[in-house]
Design a protein around this ligand. Structure first.
Ligand code: SAM
Length: 294
């Protein structure tokens, strides 16, 4: 299935990339947003595309060749390390940046790393298996019950976290939990009502994925180093997919605004319209916030 970038027109409108500018795509993924940015930077623009997942980056590495009038650098790295990545490539601060948080549809559909609860895949959930040792398998099979419950509550806002952690521990005593499907069956068994739109395992899977990848630490690190990344007048757009992620971004922007360091690019948070949600139901929870460095 081909990837459909979320809130694409809205992001391009607020970021307003211009000919010859330097932009960073901190979550290059399948290049959906990068393509449109490259189109606007032509000719003479520069794009630094970063993704923590080497496999997804390599699969899409040919894409920028369609814009030979621009300079494109693709880097397998963490957006939390952008200040260092800029220095390594002797790049100055950028005119603009987009970060489209979380995982891509490719992770769910093709990565075979246990992101989807419907699949019988090994429990991994790492974006970067080379540089991250913490797998979902270890979290599920080794974390003490209390800590596991805290992870599920804190990163999944799951009210049944204690019961879920207890059931996981009961099951793993009998036999190690090997696959995403096994884990989802265990979580589902805690719930009596299973008929809603979302699987009862959704929040638990979200929580484990966030914990495995240190997603919130990475977002905080990135938002704390914006003045090292963007020049005065530089624009940033962040797309989030759930309330915890959005709150992190909203609070960080609010603080920067109070300190007089930024202006908001949009007064109200931007959400997908009806048409986008019908075409791409995965976009329904997306939110876009934009700022400009003063
Ligand atoms: C929602 S997708 C981006 C999709 C992209 N905008 C597109 O249109 O194709 C998020 C991407 O961010 C990557 N990612 C997650 N955490 C990251 C991090 N800390 N640093 C860099 N990339 C990260 C994932 O591997 C995934 O490819």
């Amino acid at each position: 299935m081909s990837h459909v970038p979320v809130l694409l027109n809205e992001a391009i409108e607020i970021l307003d990339p211009q000919k010859g500018e330097f932009f960073i795509d901190g979550t290059f993924g399948e290049g959906g947003h990068a393509k449109e940015i490259l189109e606007r930077l032509t000719p003479g623009g520069t794009l630094l595309g970063i993704d923590w997942d080497r496999e997804i980056l390599e699969r899409n590495a040919d894409l920028p060749n369609r814009w030979p009038e621009n300079t494109v650098i693709l880097e397998n790295g963490n957006y939390a390390d952008i200040p260092r990545i800029l220095k390594d490539h002797y790049l100055a601060k950028a005119d603009g940046m987009i970060v489209d948080l979380g995982f891509s549809s490719w992770h769910i559909d093709e990565s075979k790393r246990g992101f989807s609860f419907a699949k019988d895949e090994p429990l991994d959930m790492r974006y970067n298996p080379e540089r991250n040792d913490r797998t979902a398998y270890e979290v599920v099979n080794s974390l003490p019950e209390g800590e596991l419950a805290d992870v599920i509550y804190r990163y999944g806002e799951e009210r049944n976290s204690r019961r879920i952690a207890k059931r996981i521990v009961e099951e793993r005593r009998k036999k190690k939990i090997q696959t995403a499907h096994e884990l989802s069956e265990i979580v589902n068994s805690v719930f009596r009502f299973k008929g809603g739109k979302l699987s009862p395992a959704t929040k638990t899977f979200q929580a484990i994925r966030i914990y495995v990848n240190g997603e919130f630490e990475n977002i905080r690190e990135l938002l704390g180093s914006l003045p090292e990344i963007l020049k005065p007048g530089g624009r940033l757009g962040v797309i989030t997919f759930h309330s915890l992620e959005d709150k992190l971004v909203k609070d960080a922007f609010k603080l920067l605004h109070q300190k007089g360091q930024i202006d908001f690019l949009n007064k109200k948070v931007i959400k997908p319209g009806r048409e986008e949600i019908i075409k791409n139901p995965k976009s329904r929870s997306a939110k876009l916030r934009g700022i400009k460095i003063k």
